[in-house]
Design a protein around this ligand. Structure first.
Ligand code: IPE
Ligand code: IPE
Ligand code: MG
Length: 243
């Protein structure tokens, strides 16, 4: 009997397509971001129900500051509203929140909100949700390197890994990007070295439970070799050994 395929331990998502979702409905782009928050709530619930341990989402990139001022300020306002509304629910649902990214560029109100949300959910352990906000993969790597240099530590892979913003969780197993584009856009450059990539044409507000299940099923059909041969991987599988 073969073992049931494993659910990915850590899923990372580039939540892309909010703007197009809104534009297609003749709505302002910020309406798409609002709908994106609804979609994230649904996704968090679905991940917890499926036994995923870590969900890391890209909410605002280092480069998104280049958008029109109204959109940037709309996104910042939305963060404040979403924190106020979602944190009590997440606390009850056993979700532990972490915010990952450069905080010095954020308003005091947002920075305080992020700290509060992290403190309020710190005792939870059902699902870790990392929200990457004002985050960039290059920022993460450069900051880790600068920290090691300042401490006079060697720039080894292990030291860099430990200094990186997601050092509290293992690397992502499944990297999903919605919205049809097939690029990383500076998300988790270091951590995704061996993630399985899945690109969905669905816009983020339309990424529902069925779409998540489709991504997980695709992941379960991949063979992760980590540099080995297929024969080596098959020989090491527990269900093969038992046969
Ligand atoms: C992703 O959706 C959310 C953020 C970048 C904040 P977009 O706003 O990039 O949506 P599209 O790609 O323009 O449709
Ligand atoms: C990536 O999406 C950032 C987030 C989803 C937060 P973008 O829409 O900013 O990416 P590009 O500009 O199309 O590469
Ligand atoms: Mg986009």
């Amino acid at each position: 009997m073969s073992a049931a395929p494993a659910v990915p331990h850590h899923i990372a998502i580039v939540m892309d397509g909010n703007g197009r979702w809104a534009t297609r409905r003749f709505l302002p782009r910020v309406a798409g971001h609002k709908q994106g928050v609804e979609s994230l709530r649904r996704c968090v619930k679905a991940c917890a129900a499926r036994g995923v341990s870590v969900l890391t989402v890209f909410a605002f990139s280092s480069e998104n500051w280049n958008r029109p001022v109204e959109e940037v300020s709309g996104l910042m306002d939305l963060m404040v509203v979403a924190l106020g509304r979602e944190v009590p629910r997440l606390t009850q649902d056993g979700v532990r929140l972490h915010f990952v990214g450069e905080r010095s560029g954020l308003s005091e109100k947002i920075a305080a909100g992020l700290l509060q949300a992290e403190a309020a959910t710190a005792h939870n352990s059902r699902l870790v949700v990392n929200v990457c906000f004002n985050y960039g993969g290059r920022w993460d790597i450069a900051r880790a390197a600068a920290q090691l240099a300042a401490r006079g530590e060697a720039l080894t892979e292990a030291n860099l890994d430990a200094a990186m913003a997601l050092s509290h969780v293992p690397d992502p197993d499944l990297f999903i990007r919605t919205g049809g584009e097939q690029r990383l856009s500076n998300f988790l450059l270091w951590q995704s070295a061996y993630a399985e990539l899945f690109f969905s044409d669905r816009l983020w507000p339309e990424f529902d439970e069925a779409a998540l299940d489709e991504a997980i099923a695709a992941y379960q059909n991949r063979e992760r070799r980590f540099g080995q041969t297929s024969a080596q991987v098959r020989a090491a599988r527990p269900d093969q050994q038992a046969a």
